[in-house]
Design a binder for this molecule. Sequence first.
Ligand SMILES: C[S@@+](CC[C@H](N)C(=O)[O-])C[C@H]1O[C@@H](n2cnc3c(N)ncnc32)[C@H](O)[C@@H]1O
Length: 210
Amino acid sequence: MSTRSALETQLAVVAGFDDPSAALEQYPTPPGLAASVVHDADLRGDVEGATVVDLGAGTGMLALGAALRAPTRVVGVELDPAALATARDNRRRVGVDAAVGWVRADVTRLPVVGDGDRQTTVLTNPPFGAQRDAVHADREFLAAAGAVADVSYSVHRAGSREFVASFAADHGGRLTASYAATIDLDRQFAFHEADSEAVDVEVHRVAWDA
Ligand SMILES: C[S@@+](CC[C@H](N)C(=O)[O-])C[C@H]1O[C@@H](n2cnc3c(N)ncnc32)[C@H](O)[C@@H]1O
């Protein structure tokens, strides 16, 4: 297994969204955070040999991070065809050998099912709901994770731990680990006032086996 920082370096070549949609909250997951999520999941035995599904794959950052380890296959699910084209290009940039498939679909009507023969691990950095003024818009992504995954790792805004724990408990899951991170989001939408904004986030691991 490579180091977390080597993985971050490999992911640094991933290109961002060509024409990001504010409504879809198309913020790229920074390579440092993606490397941390994938490395932690791999150390816990949730990547090697698994089917890894990235919900809201966008540029493919999390999917490609997982593909750089030793999964059986990776599937990136994304609503926006332009983002999927970027993800495909990014696969070539990163130079991934693992089996990677891209599916254009709405996460709330997921056309993929969990792999019955081996573990299915979901990685997701969902929209937080900031643009729809919707508290916990990420609940639809968590529900989709619970429908297909044995284990999920999801990125949420800071202060979401109680929400994720209670959502998981109500949907047959169990919150098993959480950690905090800060991401620097570059200015990409007209309503952003600063060139870069530090956003506090949390990553939660849920085991959907309860
Ligand atoms: C915060 S971005 C994360 C992107 C990705 N991790 C990356 O680094 O590029 C959320 C992504 O979810 C996608 N998305 C939003 N709603 C969706 C839905 N209902 N079904 C599928 N994808 C969706 C957006 O288009 C966007 O690419």
